[in-house]
Design a protein around this ligand. Structure first.
Ligand code: DLL
Length: 440
Protein backbone atom coordinates (compact mmCIF):
# COMPACT_ATOMS: atom_id res chain seq x y z
CA UNK A 1 0.00 0.00 0.00
CA UNK A 2 1.42 3.39 -0.98
CA UNK A 3 1.37 5.92 1.84
CA UNK A 4 1.71 9.62 1.05
CA UNK A 5 2.29 12.18 3.78
CA UNK A 6 1.78 15.86 2.93
CA UNK A 7 3.98 17.38 5.63
CA UNK A 8 6.30 14.76 7.11
CA UNK A 9 8.07 17.29 9.36
CA UNK A 10 4.86 18.06 11.21
CA UNK A 11 2.90 14.83 10.83
CA UNK A 12 5.76 12.52 11.87
CA UNK A 13 7.37 14.76 14.49
CA UNK A 14 8.74 13.25 17.70
CA UNK A 15 6.13 13.54 20.47
CA UNK A 16 8.38 15.58 22.75
CA UNK A 17 9.16 18.03 19.92
CA UNK A 18 5.47 18.33 19.09
CA UNK A 19 4.63 19.10 22.71
CA UNK A 20 7.38 21.72 22.88
CA UNK A 21 5.99 23.34 19.71
CA UNK A 22 2.46 23.26 21.12
CA UNK A 23 3.60 24.89 24.35
CA UNK A 24 5.38 27.68 22.53
CA UNK A 25 2.35 28.28 20.28
CA UNK A 26 -0.06 28.14 23.22
CA UNK A 27 1.84 30.83 25.08
CA UNK A 28 1.93 33.00 21.95
CA UNK A 29 -1.78 32.46 21.46
CA UNK A 30 -2.66 33.46 25.03
CA UNK A 31 -0.64 36.61 24.53
CA UNK A 32 -2.26 37.30 21.14
CA UNK A 33 -5.76 36.86 22.57
CA UNK A 34 -5.08 39.10 25.57
CA UNK A 35 -3.77 41.82 23.28
CA UNK A 36 -6.31 41.60 20.46
CA UNK A 37 -9.66 40.29 21.72
CA UNK A 38 -11.33 42.27 24.54
CA UNK A 39 -13.55 39.27 25.28
CA UNK A 40 -10.50 37.09 26.05
CA UNK A 41 -8.61 39.92 27.75
CA UNK A 42 -11.36 40.26 30.31
CA UNK A 43 -11.71 36.51 30.85
CA UNK A 44 -7.99 35.88 31.12
CA UNK A 45 -7.52 38.79 33.51
CA UNK A 46 -10.34 37.52 35.69
CA UNK A 47 -8.80 34.04 35.76
CA UNK A 48 -5.35 35.53 36.42
CA UNK A 49 -3.84 33.90 33.32
CA UNK A 50 -0.94 35.34 31.36
CA UNK A 51 1.39 33.69 28.85
CA UNK A 52 4.05 33.53 31.60
CA UNK A 53 1.72 31.49 33.79
CA UNK A 54 1.59 28.73 31.13
CA UNK A 55 4.73 26.77 31.96
CA UNK A 56 3.61 23.31 30.83
CA UNK A 57 0.82 22.10 28.54
CA UNK A 58 -1.16 21.05 31.63
CA UNK A 59 -1.32 24.70 32.67
CA UNK A 60 -3.90 25.16 29.92
CA UNK A 61 -6.34 24.19 32.68
CA UNK A 62 -6.14 27.77 34.05
CA UNK A 63 -7.69 29.17 30.87
CA UNK A 64 -11.51 29.40 30.98
CA UNK A 65 -13.54 27.43 28.44
CA UNK A 66 -15.10 29.12 25.41
CA UNK A 67 -18.60 28.09 24.31
CA UNK A 68 -20.77 28.49 21.24
CA UNK A 69 -22.92 30.93 23.21
CA UNK A 70 -19.89 33.25 23.52
CA UNK A 71 -19.77 33.47 19.72
CA UNK A 72 -23.48 34.05 19.50
CA UNK A 73 -23.39 36.72 22.20
CA UNK A 74 -20.63 38.61 20.35
CA UNK A 75 -22.27 38.20 16.91
CA UNK A 76 -21.08 38.89 14.28
CA UNK A 77 -17.41 39.92 14.74
CA UNK A 78 -16.97 40.43 18.50
CA UNK A 79 -14.40 37.67 18.95
CA UNK A 80 -12.27 38.49 15.92
CA UNK A 81 -8.58 38.93 16.69
CA UNK A 82 -7.59 40.72 13.49
CA UNK A 83 -8.92 44.01 12.07
CA UNK A 84 -11.43 43.65 9.19
CA UNK A 85 -8.78 44.92 6.79
CA UNK A 86 -6.89 41.69 7.40
CA UNK A 87 -9.93 39.40 7.28
CA UNK A 88 -10.23 37.98 3.77
CA UNK A 89 -13.03 35.41 4.23
CA UNK A 90 -16.13 34.93 6.32
CA UNK A 91 -18.05 31.71 6.97
CA UNK A 92 -20.97 30.98 9.25
CA UNK A 93 -22.63 27.92 10.65
CA UNK A 94 -26.38 27.81 10.48
CA UNK A 95 -27.70 28.06 13.98
CA UNK A 96 -31.08 26.42 14.34
CA UNK A 97 -31.87 28.91 17.08
CA UNK A 98 -30.58 32.44 17.60
CA UNK A 99 -27.67 34.05 15.80
CA UNK A 100 -25.47 31.96 13.55
CA UNK A 101 -21.81 31.74 14.55
CA UNK A 102 -19.64 33.77 12.22
CA UNK A 103 -15.95 33.03 11.69
CA UNK A 104 -13.27 35.09 9.93
CA UNK A 105 -9.96 34.14 8.31
CA UNK A 106 -6.82 36.12 7.62
CA UNK A 107 -4.78 35.19 4.56
CA UNK A 108 -2.45 33.19 6.80
CA UNK A 109 -5.44 31.37 8.34
CA UNK A 110 -6.64 30.34 4.87
CA UNK A 111 -3.19 29.10 4.06
CA UNK A 112 -3.01 27.01 7.25
CA UNK A 113 -6.53 25.72 6.68
CA UNK A 114 -5.75 24.57 3.13
CA UNK A 115 -2.70 22.76 4.40
CA UNK A 116 -4.68 21.05 7.16
CA UNK A 117 -7.22 19.84 4.59
CA UNK A 118 -4.47 18.82 2.15
CA UNK A 119 -2.99 16.64 4.89
CA UNK A 120 -6.20 14.74 5.62
CA UNK A 121 -7.04 14.29 1.93
CA UNK A 122 -3.62 12.86 1.20
CA UNK A 123 -3.80 10.69 4.34
CA UNK A 124 -7.07 9.23 3.03
CA UNK A 125 -5.48 8.37 -0.29
CA UNK A 126 -6.25 11.36 -2.56
CA UNK A 127 -3.43 12.39 -4.95
CA UNK A 128 -2.69 14.87 -7.72
CA UNK A 129 -4.34 12.37 -10.07
CA UNK A 130 -7.66 12.32 -8.22
CA UNK A 131 -10.75 13.67 -9.94
CA UNK A 132 -12.94 14.96 -7.16
CA UNK A 133 -16.56 15.99 -7.00
CA UNK A 134 -17.49 18.20 -4.06
CA UNK A 135 -21.16 17.68 -3.20
CA UNK A 136 -21.24 20.03 -0.20
CA UNK A 137 -23.17 23.26 -0.60
CA UNK A 138 -20.92 26.17 -1.61
CA UNK A 139 -21.77 29.14 0.54
CA UNK A 140 -21.37 30.11 4.15
CA UNK A 141 -20.85 26.43 5.13
CA UNK A 142 -17.14 25.68 5.53
CA UNK A 143 -17.31 22.16 4.05
CA UNK A 144 -17.20 22.94 0.33
CA UNK A 145 -14.59 25.70 0.12
CA UNK A 146 -12.50 24.04 2.84
CA UNK A 147 -12.17 20.76 0.95
CA UNK A 148 -11.91 22.63 -2.35
CA UNK A 149 -8.73 24.54 -1.48
CA UNK A 150 -7.15 21.59 0.33
CA UNK A 151 -7.68 19.30 -2.64
CA UNK A 152 -6.39 21.89 -5.09
CA UNK A 153 -3.35 22.25 -2.84
CA UNK A 154 -2.43 18.59 -3.44
CA UNK A 155 -3.04 19.04 -7.15
CA UNK A 156 -6.29 17.08 -7.49
CA UNK A 157 -8.80 18.03 -10.20
CA UNK A 158 -11.75 19.56 -8.38
CA UNK A 159 -15.32 19.75 -9.72
CA UNK A 160 -17.35 22.08 -7.47
CA UNK A 161 -20.71 20.45 -8.23
CA UNK A 162 -22.15 21.69 -4.90
CA UNK A 163 -25.14 20.07 -3.21
CA UNK A 164 -28.37 18.73 -4.63
CA UNK A 165 -29.41 17.87 -8.19
CA UNK A 166 -28.68 14.19 -7.86
CA UNK A 167 -29.21 13.37 -11.57
CA UNK A 168 -26.63 15.96 -12.57
CA UNK A 169 -24.21 14.72 -9.91
CA UNK A 170 -24.44 11.20 -11.32
CA UNK A 171 -24.05 12.36 -14.90
CA UNK A 172 -20.88 14.35 -14.08
CA UNK A 173 -19.59 11.51 -11.98
CA UNK A 174 -19.93 9.11 -14.86
CA UNK A 175 -18.78 11.47 -17.64
CA UNK A 176 -15.81 12.96 -15.75
CA UNK A 177 -14.67 9.59 -14.42
CA UNK A 178 -14.86 11.06 -10.91
CA UNK A 179 -12.93 8.80 -8.55
CA UNK A 180 -13.24 10.77 -5.29
CA UNK A 181 -16.40 12.02 -3.71
CA UNK A 182 -16.69 14.69 -1.02
CA UNK A 183 -20.06 14.52 0.74
CA UNK A 184 -21.86 13.70 3.94
CA UNK A 185 -22.16 9.95 4.55
CA UNK A 186 -25.94 10.15 4.19
CA UNK A 187 -25.74 11.90 0.82
CA UNK A 188 -23.09 9.46 -0.41
CA UNK A 189 -25.44 6.61 0.50
CA UNK A 190 -28.34 8.35 -1.21
CA UNK A 191 -26.28 8.84 -4.38
CA UNK A 192 -25.44 5.12 -4.40
CA UNK A 193 -29.09 4.25 -4.12
CA UNK A 194 -30.02 6.71 -6.86
CA UNK A 195 -27.28 5.30 -9.12
CA UNK A 196 -28.48 1.75 -8.45
CA UNK A 197 -31.99 2.68 -9.52
CA UNK A 198 -30.84 3.65 -12.99
CA UNK A 199 -30.47 0.75 -15.33
CA UNK A 200 -28.07 1.02 -18.29
CA UNK A 201 -26.09 4.22 -18.69
CA UNK A 202 -26.29 5.19 -15.03
CA UNK A 203 -25.81 1.71 -13.58
CA UNK A 204 -23.19 1.31 -10.87
CA UNK A 205 -20.60 -0.30 -13.17
CA UNK A 206 -20.26 2.95 -15.11
CA UNK A 207 -18.64 4.81 -12.24
CA UNK A 208 -14.97 4.98 -11.37
CA UNK A 209 -15.58 6.01 -7.78
CA UNK A 210 -12.80 4.72 -5.51
CA UNK A 211 -12.60 7.06 -2.51
CA UNK A 212 -15.15 8.82 -0.32
CA UNK A 213 -13.92 11.74 1.76
CA UNK A 214 -16.94 11.86 4.00
CA UNK A 215 -17.54 14.13 6.92
CA UNK A 216 -19.60 16.81 8.61
CA UNK A 217 -21.82 14.22 10.25
CA UNK A 218 -21.29 10.92 12.02
CA UNK A 219 -20.76 7.65 10.20
CA UNK A 220 -20.53 4.45 12.22
CA UNK A 221 -18.29 1.64 10.93
CA UNK A 222 -21.50 -0.24 10.11
CA UNK A 223 -22.80 2.65 7.99
CA UNK A 224 -19.39 2.92 6.34
CA UNK A 225 -19.56 -0.77 5.31
CA UNK A 226 -23.06 -0.27 4.01
CA UNK A 227 -21.99 2.67 1.85
CA UNK A 228 -18.98 0.76 0.53
CA UNK A 229 -21.09 -2.23 -0.35
CA UNK A 230 -23.76 -0.10 -2.03
CA UNK A 231 -21.18 1.49 -4.35
CA UNK A 232 -19.17 -1.73 -4.67
CA UNK A 233 -16.09 -1.97 -6.94
CA UNK A 234 -13.67 -1.43 -4.03
CA UNK A 235 -15.10 1.95 -2.96
CA UNK A 236 -13.22 3.05 0.19
CA UNK A 237 -14.78 5.44 2.68
CA UNK A 238 -12.83 7.70 5.03
CA UNK A 239 -14.06 10.00 7.78
CA UNK A 240 -12.94 13.57 8.38
CA UNK A 241 -13.86 15.91 11.19
CA UNK A 242 -13.90 19.61 11.85
CA UNK A 243 -16.12 22.52 12.74
CA UNK A 244 -16.49 26.12 11.60
CA UNK A 245 -15.10 27.50 14.85
CA UNK A 246 -11.89 25.52 14.19
CA UNK A 247 -11.61 26.58 10.51
CA UNK A 248 -13.97 23.89 9.16
CA UNK A 249 -13.02 20.48 7.77
CA UNK A 250 -9.36 19.50 8.17
CA UNK A 251 -8.89 19.34 11.90
CA UNK A 252 -8.65 15.55 11.80
CA UNK A 253 -9.06 12.77 9.27
CA UNK A 254 -8.65 9.04 8.70
CA UNK A 255 -5.52 7.65 7.10
CA UNK A 256 -5.80 4.48 5.03
CA UNK A 257 -5.66 2.35 8.21
CA UNK A 258 -8.85 4.04 9.50
CA UNK A 259 -7.82 3.49 13.07
CA UNK A 260 -8.64 6.95 14.42
CA UNK A 261 -8.61 10.39 12.80
CA UNK A 262 -5.18 12.06 12.72
CA UNK A 263 -5.22 15.50 14.31
CA UNK A 264 -3.09 18.35 12.95
CA UNK A 265 -1.56 18.79 16.38
CA UNK A 266 0.78 21.61 15.42
CA UNK A 267 -2.41 23.68 14.92
CA UNK A 268 -4.85 22.12 17.39
CA UNK A 269 -4.31 21.28 21.05
CA UNK A 270 -6.98 18.84 22.23
CA UNK A 271 -8.28 17.89 25.65
CA UNK A 272 -11.02 15.54 26.79
CA UNK A 273 -13.28 16.70 29.59
CA UNK A 274 -16.26 15.45 31.52
CA UNK A 275 -19.17 17.15 29.72
CA UNK A 276 -21.13 17.56 32.95
CA UNK A 277 -18.52 18.69 35.48
CA UNK A 278 -16.03 20.27 33.06
CA UNK A 279 -13.20 18.36 34.74
CA UNK A 280 -10.23 17.46 32.52
CA UNK A 281 -10.09 13.67 32.12
CA UNK A 282 -6.92 11.53 32.01
CA UNK A 283 -5.42 10.65 28.60
CA UNK A 284 -7.36 7.88 26.86
CA UNK A 285 -10.72 8.70 28.51
CA UNK A 286 -13.91 9.21 26.56
CA UNK A 287 -15.59 12.57 26.97
CA UNK A 288 -16.17 15.95 25.36
CA UNK A 289 -13.50 17.21 23.00
CA UNK A 290 -12.14 20.66 23.86
CA UNK A 291 -9.87 22.30 21.29
CA UNK A 292 -7.51 25.26 21.33
CA UNK A 293 -6.52 26.48 17.90
CA UNK A 294 -2.83 27.32 18.22
CA UNK A 295 -2.41 29.37 15.04
CA UNK A 296 -5.72 31.02 14.16
CA UNK A 297 -5.56 34.80 14.00
CA UNK A 298 -8.92 35.77 12.48
CA UNK A 299 -10.96 34.33 15.30
CA UNK A 300 -8.80 32.56 17.86
CA UNK A 301 -10.38 29.81 19.94
CA UNK A 302 -9.11 29.11 23.42
CA UNK A 303 -10.37 25.84 24.94
CA UNK A 304 -13.43 25.65 22.74
CA UNK A 305 -16.04 23.17 23.95
CA UNK A 306 -17.07 21.21 20.87
CA UNK A 307 -19.83 19.16 22.56
CA UNK A 308 -18.56 16.22 20.49
CA UNK A 309 -17.83 13.00 22.38
CA UNK A 310 -14.68 11.04 21.55
CA UNK A 311 -11.35 9.84 22.94
CA UNK A 312 -7.76 10.38 21.83
CA UNK A 313 -5.03 7.83 21.17
CA UNK A 314 -1.46 9.18 21.37
CA UNK A 315 0.28 6.03 20.06
CA UNK A 316 2.03 6.36 16.68
CA UNK A 317 0.09 4.89 13.75
CA UNK A 318 1.09 2.13 11.30
CA UNK A 319 1.03 4.78 8.54
CA UNK A 320 4.12 6.45 10.04
CA UNK A 321 2.35 9.51 11.41
CA UNK A 322 2.95 10.31 15.05
CA UNK A 323 0.04 12.73 15.38
CA UNK A 324 -2.60 11.78 17.92
CA UNK A 325 -5.74 10.14 16.59
CA UNK A 326 -9.26 10.86 17.72
CA UNK A 327 -11.88 8.13 17.73
CA UNK A 328 -14.77 8.63 15.33
CA UNK A 329 -17.26 10.94 17.00
CA UNK A 330 -19.39 8.82 19.30
CA UNK A 331 -22.10 11.42 19.67
CA UNK A 332 -22.73 14.97 20.76
CA UNK A 333 -23.28 15.76 24.39
CA UNK A 334 -26.27 17.86 23.34
CA UNK A 335 -27.51 15.19 20.88
CA UNK A 336 -27.33 12.68 23.61
CA UNK A 337 -30.83 11.67 24.49
CA UNK A 338 -31.45 11.02 28.10
CA UNK A 339 -34.27 8.52 28.11
CA UNK A 340 -35.51 7.27 31.43
CA UNK A 341 -32.10 7.94 32.93
CA UNK A 342 -30.16 6.21 30.18
CA UNK A 343 -27.79 8.04 27.82
CA UNK A 344 -28.66 7.21 24.25
CA UNK A 345 -26.60 8.23 21.23
CA UNK A 346 -28.15 7.94 17.75
CA UNK A 347 -24.94 6.18 16.64
CA UNK A 348 -25.73 3.24 18.95
CA UNK A 349 -29.04 2.76 17.19
CA UNK A 350 -27.45 3.13 13.77
CA UNK A 351 -24.98 0.35 14.61
CA UNK A 352 -27.82 -1.92 15.67
CA UNK A 353 -29.94 -1.30 12.57
CA UNK A 354 -27.32 -1.85 9.93
CA UNK A 355 -26.89 -5.52 9.13
CA UNK A 356 -30.57 -6.44 9.40
CA UNK A 357 -31.23 -7.44 5.83
CA UNK A 358 -34.86 -6.42 5.30
CA UNK A 359 -34.42 -2.81 6.46
CA UNK A 360 -32.68 0.14 4.87
CA UNK A 361 -30.07 2.26 6.68
CA UNK A 362 -32.44 5.25 6.79
CA UNK A 363 -33.93 5.88 10.21
CA UNK A 364 -35.40 8.53 12.44
CA UNK A 365 -35.69 8.76 16.21
CA UNK A 366 -38.74 10.39 17.73
CA UNK A 367 -38.81 11.14 21.46
CA UNK A 368 -42.05 11.97 23.22
CA UNK A 369 -43.02 12.63 26.79
CA UNK A 370 -46.02 10.52 27.74
CA UNK A 371 -47.16 11.15 31.30
CA UNK A 372 -43.91 11.31 33.28
CA UNK A 373 -42.01 8.92 31.03
CA UNK A 374 -39.91 9.66 27.96
CA UNK A 375 -40.55 7.26 25.12
CA UNK A 376 -38.36 6.61 22.13
CA UNK A 377 -39.77 5.54 18.80
CA UNK A 378 -37.35 4.25 16.18
CA UNK A 379 -38.74 4.59 12.66
CA UNK A 380 -37.02 2.37 10.14
CA UNK A 381 -37.63 1.95 6.43
CA UNK A 382 -38.44 -1.41 4.94
CA UNK A 383 -36.62 -2.39 1.77
CA UNK A 384 -39.64 -4.32 0.47
CA UNK A 385 -42.91 -2.41 0.94
CA UNK A 386 -45.07 -5.49 0.31
CA UNK A 387 -44.03 -6.73 3.75
CA UNK A 388 -46.43 -4.17 5.23
CA UNK A 389 -49.31 -6.40 4.11
CA UNK A 390 -47.79 -9.56 5.58
CA UNK A 391 -48.66 -9.22 9.21
CA UNK A 392 -46.78 -12.12 10.77
CA UNK A 393 -43.55 -11.48 8.83
CA UNK A 394 -43.79 -7.79 9.66
CA UNK A 395 -44.28 -8.54 13.32
CA UNK A 396 -41.33 -10.93 13.39
CA UNK A 397 -39.07 -8.32 11.79
CA UNK A 398 -40.30 -5.63 14.16
CA UNK A 399 -39.50 -7.88 17.12
CA UNK A 400 -36.04 -8.61 15.74
CA UNK A 401 -35.22 -4.89 15.37
CA UNK A 402 -36.72 -4.13 18.76
CA UNK A 403 -34.76 -6.86 20.55
CA UNK A 404 -31.48 -5.86 18.93
CA UNK A 405 -31.82 -2.20 19.92
CA UNK A 406 -33.11 -3.04 23.38
CA UNK A 407 -30.16 -5.33 24.04
CA UNK A 408 -27.82 -2.42 23.29
CA UNK A 409 -29.65 0.39 25.08
CA UNK A 410 -31.19 -1.61 27.89
CA UNK A 411 -34.46 0.35 27.74
CA UNK A 412 -37.83 -0.31 26.20
CA UNK A 413 -38.39 1.33 22.82
CA UNK A 414 -41.03 1.28 20.12
CA UNK A 415 -40.07 0.24 16.61
CA UNK A 416 -42.14 1.32 13.61
CA UNK A 417 -41.41 -0.12 10.19
CA UNK A 418 -42.36 2.33 7.46
CA UNK A 419 -42.71 2.32 3.66
CA UNK A 420 -39.56 2.32 1.53
CA UNK A 421 -38.33 5.88 0.74
CA UNK A 422 -40.70 7.51 3.23
CA UNK A 423 -38.03 8.91 5.56
CA UNK A 424 -36.68 12.27 4.42
CA UNK A 425 -33.33 12.28 2.53
CA UNK A 426 -30.87 15.12 3.12
CA UNK A 427 -28.37 16.74 0.77
CA UNK A 428 -26.63 18.36 3.75
CA UNK A 429 -26.40 17.01 7.29
CA UNK A 430 -29.04 14.41 8.10
CA UNK A 431 -31.44 15.24 10.92
CA UNK A 432 -32.13 11.95 12.64
CA UNK A 433 -33.62 13.01 15.99
CA UNK A 434 -37.01 14.61 16.44
CA UNK A 435 -37.41 15.55 20.05
CA UNK A 436 -41.05 16.36 20.78
CA UNK A 437 -40.69 16.36 24.57
CA UNK A 438 -41.08 20.07 24.95
CA UNK A 439 -43.62 20.50 22.19
CA UNK A 440 -47.04 21.22 23.67
O1 DLL B 1 -19.39 20.31 9.52
C1 DLL B 1 -17.16 21.11 9.11
C2 DLL B 1 -16.92 19.98 8.20
C3 DLL B 1 -17.31 20.07 6.90
C4 DLL B 1 -16.28 18.83 8.65
C5 DLL B 1 -17.08 19.03 6.03
C6 DLL B 1 -16.03 17.79 7.78
C7 DLL B 1 -16.43 17.89 6.47
P1 DLL B 1 -20.02 22.72 11.22
O2 DLL B 1 -21.11 22.91 10.23
O3 DLL B 1 -19.62 23.85 12.06
O4 DLL B 1 -18.71 22.27 10.50
O5 DLL B 1 -20.44 21.49 12.14
C8 DLL B 1 -19.57 20.99 13.12
O6 DLL B 1 -20.48 18.76 12.80
O7 DLL B 1 -19.21 19.73 15.99
C9 DLL B 1 -19.77 17.69 14.78
O8 DLL B 1 -20.84 17.60 15.68
C10 DLL B 1 -20.26 17.47 13.36
N1 DLL B 1 -19.24 16.78 12.57
C11 DLL B 1 -18.38 17.31 11.69
N2 DLL B 1 -17.61 16.33 11.15
C12 DLL B 1 -18.01 15.16 11.73
C13 DLL B 1 -17.60 13.80 11.62
C14 DLL B 1 -18.54 21.15 9.72
N3 DLL B 1 -16.65 13.41 10.78
C15 DLL B 1 -20.18 19.78 13.79
N4 DLL B 1 -18.24 12.89 12.39
C16 DLL B 1 -19.22 19.11 14.74
C17 DLL B 1 -19.23 13.25 13.24
C18 DLL B 1 -19.04 15.46 12.63
N5 DLL B 1 -19.65 14.51 13.37
Amino acid sequence: MKINIYNKDMECMKRSDMEALQLERLRNMVDYCAKNVPFYRERLEKAGVTAEKIKTLDDIKYIPYTNKTDLRDTYPFGMFGAPMKEIVRLHASSGTTGNPTVVGYTREDLDNWSEQVARICMAAGATDESIVQICFGYGMFTGALGLHYGLERIGATVAPTSSGNTEKQLKFMRDFGTDTLVATPSYCLYLAEAAAEHAGEFSLDNYKLKLGLLGSEGCTPEMRNEIEQKWGNGFFVTDNYGMSELNGPGMAGDCVFRNGLHISEDHFLCEIIDPVTGEVLPKGSTGELVVTNLTKKGIPMLRYRTKDITNINYEPCACGRTTARMHKIIGRSDDMLKIRGVNVFPTQIESALIGISQISPHYQLVVRREGYADNLEVKVELIDGTLLAKYSELEALQRKVHDKIKSILGIEIKVTLVEPKSIERFVGKAKRVIDLRNVK
